[in-house]
Design a protein around this ligand. Structure first.
Ligand SMILES: Cc1cc2nc3c(=O)[nH]c(=O)nc-3n(C[C@H](O)[C@H](O)[C@H](O)COP(=O)(O)OP(=O)(O)OC[C@H]3O[C@@H](n4cnc5c(N)ncnc54)[C@H](O)[C@@H]3O)c2cc1C
Length: 599
């Protein structure tokens, strides 16, 4: 067996990676532990949210699949932060969990150059300093020019529920054992991270009468190529040919009580996190309920969002109650929440600890610095979240294909996409806790609105070959239509209307977009001037073989950090924390000497 590319893991990163490489005409093998679990939403049954919704639309603009999957399977849709500025608004949708998986598997199976194989990779085959293939637990040796590792929470995964612990990647699913040890033995910088998930309860055992109801809004697609989505409907019964006919399923809000907090505090010594059993670092911004209670003792209650897991199950997800406390404690604290007094737990909350690779070991193309042709994407890079994983997946796929063809890697700028911010943060700053995207991480968020993702990125998708002629034609038509809308609004004297300037016969989102561009034109222009100023440093290339230890005048800290990160441009070097202006000035002089500075 010989492939252009092997993708390890059929999670959100693996789906986008394997589709991107195979759609670029290369023979691709997706090895995953269980094909039935392709595209599983391990944690909350929702896609999008603040900055994450922008990422989904960016993946779509590049020619990826995540937006199509959620468009086919959403059961509630909302724009978050509607009352705030457009730069921080984003779409979020609840998914029908099982249909999402089904749609993901279907699209993978339909891809001509993509083969799926059920197995577990335990070793990499290395030829000098290049990847040559993989070895699986069933002793298959498969060769490939490139390999993309997208193992999620499964590499040496271990779950914890109170005193119970066992090797699993998700509850009920085997951990992928062997590969993490192999990577450690071969000097890859492997660490441990931890994440957690709340209990799922039987919806019939909930008393909704005292809870706040949260209805969805009118459905709208994430995908810019929305018409082709309608043509490809996955067969979800509730879906019709028209988004506005879909039935929206509500979420519910309830609150923890002083009694909930007392039960948690009294049993904190039974928590594997507080008892020291869990060594991996968890995300500060996504704390378990025991973390919230212990870290914020003055808070007398915390939100709990009750989210539907789908249309064909009564199970509900308790967003906000992630925990690793023993099951008897989970029962007691859940029952202390008004409305959940009689809740029946279908699946307990648990924490999972897993191996990740320090992303500082990767180039911004997501290729390993120590092993040519080996790419890493998703949670294995220290990120957290479906959208972050999928974004890295598509970029790793595009760049693995570029590597095989001897083409230049695609690296998106921080001013071009949240995906650029995500990968730049991971590969320049590294991470010691699960990294999640926030709007505040993007310094140019005004130019990264979700509704502009297609103009920002579809030309790149076209350039690399993921946008076909038909879609490119539709995109060109849209650009012409935006100009027409602007012209018509201007003629009507409505171009400076703050909002709501609808035009018959044109999509409301497009009109809204023209108005927003006009409203923020001054700010956007200012932002673009800053971007242009910074762009010069981004274009100054640094020699990858530079021996920083020998550069006279560089501070000791800069020598150490530059040697570790091996920045590709002066711009990237300047973003490394703790680097002084003087060190950057010295790099500029060096680059000028080596004629690496563009005019
Ligand atoms: C308990 C839990 C809690 C979570 N909590 C949150 C949260 O609060 N917020 C949030 O944003 N995200 C959360 N997540 C994370 C979210 O599920 C992930 O970010 C996302 O699924 C990562 O996608 P991925 O593609 O990197 O990996 P995954 O979706 O984990 O998929 C990895 C796939 O690779 C396969 N695989 C792994 N190793 C091998 C191997 N060696 N050979 C073959 N196949 C292999 C696995 O079987 C799996 O199918 C949580 C996940 C879990 C499990």
């Amino acid at each position: 067996m010989d492939y252009d590319c092997i993708v390890i893991g059929g999670g959100h990163a693996g789906i986008e990676a394997s589709l991107a490489v195979s759609r670029l005409g290369l023979q691709t093998l997706l090895i995953t532990q269980n094909p039935d679990r392709i595209g599983t939403l391990s944690c909350n049954p929702a896609i999008g949210g603040l900055s994450k919704g922008n990422i989904v639309r960016e993946i779509d603009a590049l020619g990826g699949e995540m937006a199509h999957l959620i468009d086919q399977t959403m059961i509630q849709y909302r724009i978050l932060n509607r009352s705030r500025g457009p730069a921080v608004q984003a779409p979020r949708a609840q998914a029908d969990k099982h249909s999402y998986q089904g749609a993901a598997r279907k699209i993978i199976e339909e891809e001509r150059n993509l083969t799926v194989m059920m197995d577990t990779v335990t070793e990499l085959i290395i030829d000098k300093s290049s990847i040559a293939g993989v070895v699986t637990v069933r002793k298959h040796k498969i060769s490939a020019k490139t390999v993309i590792l997208a193992a999620g929470t499964f590499m040496e995964g271990k779950i914890f529920i109170g005193e119970y612990d066992a090797p699993h990647g998700r509850l009920g699913e085997e951990a992928a054992l062997g590969l993490g040890i192999f990577l450690r033995n071969n000097n890859f910088p492997v660490g441990r991270l931890k994440t957690g998930t709340p209990a799922r309860i039987d919806g019939d055992s909930i008393d909704y009468s005292g809870m706040e109801k949260q209805d969805g809004e009118e459905f709208a697609p994430f995908s810019f190529d929305f018409n082709s989505v309608l043509e490809k409907k996955s067969g979800l019964e509730k879906n019709s040919e028209n988004f506005s006919d879909l039935v929206s399923v509500p979420c519910w809000i309830c609150y923890t009580t002083a009694e909930t907090h007392r039960i948690i505090r009294e049993n904190i010594d039974r928590s594997p996190l507080y008892g020291g059993k869990i060594k991996g670092t968890g995300a500060r911004y996504c704390p378990s309920i025991e973390d919230k209670v212990m870290r914020f003792p003055d808070r007398d209650r915390h939100h709990v969002f009750i989210e539907p897991e789908g249309l064909y199950t009564k199970e509900k997800y308790l967003n906000g109650l992630s925990s690793s406390l023993p099951e008897d404690v989970q029962h007691r604290f859940i029952h202390s929440i008004p409305g959940l007094q009689n809740a029946k737990i279908v699946r307990p909350a648990y924490a999972v600890e897993y191996d990740y690779i320090d992303p500082l070991d990767l180039f911004p193309s997501l290729e390993s610095k120590r092993l040519a042709g080996f790419f890493v994407a998703g949670q294995t890079n220290g990120s957290s979240g479906y959208e972050e994983a999928a974004a890295q997946g598509i970029m790793a796929g595009i760049n693995a294909a570029a590597k095989i063809r001897g083409e230049k890697a695609l690296v998106l700028g921080r001013n071009e996409a949240y995906i650029g911010v995500l990968i730049d943060d991971l590969t320049t700053l590294g991470t010691t806790e699960p990294y999640r995207m926030f709007t505040s991480r993007a310094e140019h968020r005004l130019v990264l609105r979700h509704d502009t993702a297609d103009t920002r990125l579809t030309p790149y998708g076209r350039e690399v070959g993921l946008i076909d002629d038909e879609r490119w034609g539709r995109f060109q038509e849209k650009l012409r239509t935006l100009d027409t809308i602007k012209e018509l609004l201007s003629q009507r004297g409505d171009l400076n209307a703050s909002c709501g300037g609808s035009l018959d016969g044109f999509p409301a989102e497009w009109t809204e977009r023209v108005l927003l561009d006009q409203k923020y034109a001054g700010y956007i222009e200012k932002e673009n001037r800053i971007i242009a100023r910074n762009a010069k440093m981004e274009r100054v290339k640094l020699d990858p073989g530079l021996n920083y230890g020998e550069i006279k005048g560089l501070s000791a800290e800069a020598k150490e950090k530059f040697t570790k990160v091996r920045p590709q441009t002066v711009g990237q070097a300047a973003r490394i924390p703790g680097i002084r202006q003087g060190d950057i000035a010295l790099l500029m002089v060096l680059a000028q000497k080596n004629r690496n500075v563009p005019d």
